[in-house]
Design a protein around this ligand. Structure first.
Ligand code: 13P
Length: 360
C-alpha cells in the first residue's frame, strides 16, 4: 500500500512541473528614460527576495538594449512585445527576432489581440513569427482570446482553438518551449475581468486542446497565463485556479507597487521537489530550518493518507485511477491534517513541482 502512495506523491509532484509566471506588457508606454527608471525600480524592489514565480517585463523595442543589462537576469527576464515575420532585409520599420535576441532579451509576446486587431496579424503571419522567435532562442508568449461578441455567442472555445493553429504545427519539442496567455479581449484595459470560474474553464479547455495535440505531459508542463485587467486585488483568486499559471499584466505592470503586489501573490515559502529520476522527494534550501524535519514529515504524510477515510483514496488504493485533480484534493486534506511540521497544502503544489508551503 505504501508503494502505491509513494507513486501517488511522485505522480502529483511531477504533475505540476510548469512554471508560474508574472509577465508585464508595457505596450506603447514609457519613454526610454521612464522605462529605465521603471525597470530599475522593479529590480530594486526584488533585490532582497526571491520571487516565487518567474518575472518577465516585455518592453517596447527601443528599451530592450538598455533595460536588459540593468536587471538581475536571475530574477527578471526581459522580452519584446512583437517581432517581424521575416528574417531580415528590406522591411522598413520592422524589428527581427534576431535583433531582439541580440539585445539579450529572452522573450517575445506574439499574437497579442491589439496586434491582431490593429495590425492585421493572422494565424499564418503568426506561424512565421513564432518559428523565427524560436529559431533565435526567444520564448514566445503566445496570446489568444475572444472578443465580447464571441463570448456572448458562447464561441470562445472555438475562437481560441482556431488561434492555437499558429502554434499547433510546431514540433512537440518546439511547442514545449512556448508560454500561452489567454487574454479575453473584452477584459483588456476595460477594468472588466473574467471571473475566476470563467478563467479556469477556458484555461482547462486550452490545456485539453494542447493535450489532444501534444499529449498530457506537454500539456501539464505548459504555463498558461491569464491577462485582462489583472491587479493585485483580483489576481489571487484568478491564480488560485489549477490551470491558471500566472498573469500577463498590462496597466498594472506600469507601477512597481501594483506589479510587485501581483508577483507577491505567489507566496510559497517552502518547496518539496521530486528528484530528476522522480524517485526521491527532496527539499530545497527555501525550506530553511524545516529541512531536517522533512523526512519525518514525509513519513507522517504517508501515514495520514493511509488513515484518511476517503472514498477517492480508497478507490485509488484498490487500483482505480481517479483524476489527478481529485487526487490533489485528497492530498491537500491529508497534508492539512499533518502535524509534523507547520505546513499546510494550499495552492502551493502549483509551482515547479512544489507541493507544500508554510502556513505563516
Ligand atoms: P491590462 O492588464 O491593462 O488589461 O492589459 C492586459 C494585456 O493586454 C496584457 O497583454
Amino acid at each position: 500500500m505504501n508503494n502505491r502512495i509513494e507513486n501517488l506523491l511522485t505522480l502529483l509532484i511531477k504533475n505540476k512541473m510548469r512554471k508560474n509566471i508574472v509577465a508585464g506588457n508595457w505596450k506603447m508606454n514609457k519613454t526610454l528614460q521612464e522605462g529605465i527608471a521603471l525597470a530599475k525600480e522593479l529590480n530594486e524592489a526584488l533585490a532582497n527576495e526571491k520571487p516565487n514565480c518567474d518575472v518577465i517585463i516585455c518592453t517596447p523595442f527601443i528599451h530592450l538594449a538598455s533595460v536588459t543589462p540593468l536587471v538581475d537576469a536571475a530574477k527578471i527576464g526581459v522580452g519584446a512585445e512583437n517581432c517581424a515575420d521575416k528574417e531580415s532585409g528590406a522591411y522598413t520599420g520592422e524589428v527581427s527576432a534576431a535583433m531582439v535576441a541580440s539585445t539579450g532579451a529572452k522573450y517575445v509576446i506574439l499574437g497579442h489581440s491589439e496586434r491582431r486587431a490593429y495590425y492585421g496579424e493572422t494565424v499564418e503571419i503568426l506561424k512565421d513569427k513564432v518559428k523565427l522567435a524560436l529559431a533565435n532562442g526567444l520564448t514566445p508568449i503566445f496570446c489568444i482570446g475572444e472578443v465580447l461578441e464571441e463570448r456572448e455567442a458562447n464561441k470562445q472555445n472555438e475562437v481560441v482553438a482556431a488561434q492555437l493553429a499558429s502554434v499547433f504545427d510546431l514540433s512537440a519539442e518546439d511547442f514545449s518551449k512556448i508560454v500561452l496567455a489567454y487574454e479575453p479581449v473584452w477584459a483588456i484595459g476595460t477594468g472588466k475581468t473574467a471571473s475566476p470560474a470563467q478563467a479556469q474553464e477556458i484555461h482547462a479547455f486550452i490545456r485539453s486542446a494542447v493535450a489532444e495535440k501534444y499529449g498530457k505531459e506537454i500539456a501539464d508542463n505548459t504555463s498558461i497565463l491569464y491577462g485582462g485587467s489583472c491587479k493585485p486585488s483580483n489576481a489571487k483568486e484568478l491564480f488560485s485556479n489549477p490551470d491558471v499559471d500566472g498573469g500577463l499584466i498590462g496597466g498594472a505592470a506600469l507601477k512597481v507597487s501594483d506589479f510587485k503586489g501581483i508577483i507577491d501573490l505567489f507566496e510559497m515559502k517552502a518547496y518539496i521537489y521530486n528528484d530528476e529520476k522522480g524517485d526521491n522527494i527532496t527539499v530545497t534550501d527555501d525550506l530553511g530550518d524545516m529541512a531536517d524535519q522533512a523526512a519525518e514529515y514525509r513519513t507522517e504524510l504517508i501515514e495520514k493518507i493511509c488513515e484518511l477515510d476517503d472514498d477517492l483514496m480508497m478507490q485509488y488504493l484498490e487500483g482505480e485511477e481517479p483524476s489527478v485533480d481529485d487526487m490533489k484534493k485528497v492530498l491537500r486534506k491529508a497534508t492539512c491534517e499533518c502535524q509534523a511540521i507547520p505546513v499546510c497544502c494550499g495552492t502551493a503544489y502549483r509551482n515547479k513541482g512544489c507541493l507544500l508551503y508554510t502556513s505563516d
